[in-house]
Ligand binder design. Structure first.
Ligand SMILES: [Zn+2]
Length: 274
């Protein structure tokens, strides 16, 4: 069985277990902050097809109160939409679908790769990242631009000085090129192993007002604004799975976000080569 298929089956099993556990434990309170990556036609587990994206936005229009990221995090209520990495298709595919709804959204860009591609996307023609002028265009459509570092490293692998360059340097670069303040930060990869208390302190010292992770779950009122949990959407998520994620019926997936479980997941990915 191909590695990607094995990973898909494992994820389905985790979701089945989480669905059962959530039924017993009940849904958790808090704002639900959705994470997207590219919205296009790439064959990648993090790419959402534009037709699926449209369907999910229609679901949100009917069932959710979509607010800005800042408001969702400060109040712990509502739903916010975010995109990681700054793919060009966020401007060309996602923004036109969001525009009629008036929903706010935040895009976390990898500032040092603007107009290029991420190292791990090299050779993928659909994986272009926005240039600074395209970010200005998106910002003019009402999107907030946040930082996702300069080069998308595993921050905890770097010494403090290099982490600071990535965190502070990206904020400075985006603010310089866009002439707009940057107040939100997203940790690359975003698991519990991908940022530390030191990383968090550097984010605060750089002047950001909030930081998001990719640990699955809602953001409860009053919880840490510099380690905000989000709800990541995958390529294969059906509208039923999307609805379950947004309604709390998969909240027990957060049980898989401990350090021990994250080590196991990363080791499995290494073995599978994905
Ligand atoms: Zn990323």
């Amino acid at each position: 069985m191909p590695a990607a298929r094995v990973k898909h089956v494992l994820r389905k099993s985790m979701m089945a277990a989480a669905r059962a556990a959530s039924w017993f434990a009940g849904e958790r309170r808090g704002a639900r902050i959705v994470t997207y990556h590219s919205v296009g036609h790439r064959k990648h587990e993090m790419n959402v097809h534009p037709d699926r994206f449209r369907e999910q936005i229609e679901w949100l229009s009917e069932h959710a109160e979509v607010v800005s990221l800042e408001r969702a995090i400060h109040t712990g209520i509502g739903t916010a939409i975010t995109f990681d990495d700054g793919y060009l298709d966020n401007l060309t595919n996602a923004a036109p679908l969001l525009k009629p709804t008036g929903f706010p959204a935040t895009v976390f860009v990898v500032a040092g790769r603007a107009g290029s591609t991420l190292t791990h996307d090299c050779g993928d023609p659909g994986a272009s990242l926005m240039s600074f002028s395209e970010m200005i265009e998106l910002s003019d459509c009402g999107f907030e631009i946040g930082s996702h570092t300069l080069t998308h490293p595993h921050l905890t692998d770097l010494p403090p000085q290099r982490q600071e360059e990535e965190i502070r340097g990206s904020k400075r670069l985006i603010e310089d090129r866009l002439q707009r303040p940057v107040t939100s930060f997203a940790y690359p990869y975003g698991s519990v192993l991908d940022y530390s208390s030191e990383t968090r302190a550097l984010v605060i010292a750089a002047g950001y007002s909030l930081a998001v992770s990719n640990r699955f779950g809602p953001h409860a009122p009053g919880s840490d604004m510099f380690a905000v949990q989000r709800i990541c959407i995958h390529a294969n998520d059906s509208i039923e799975t999307f609805a379950d994620k947004m309604s709390g019926r998969l909240d027990a997936l957060s049980f898989f976000e401990t350090r021990a479980m994250t080590h196991i997941k990363k080791s499995a990915n290494r073995v599978l080569g994905v």
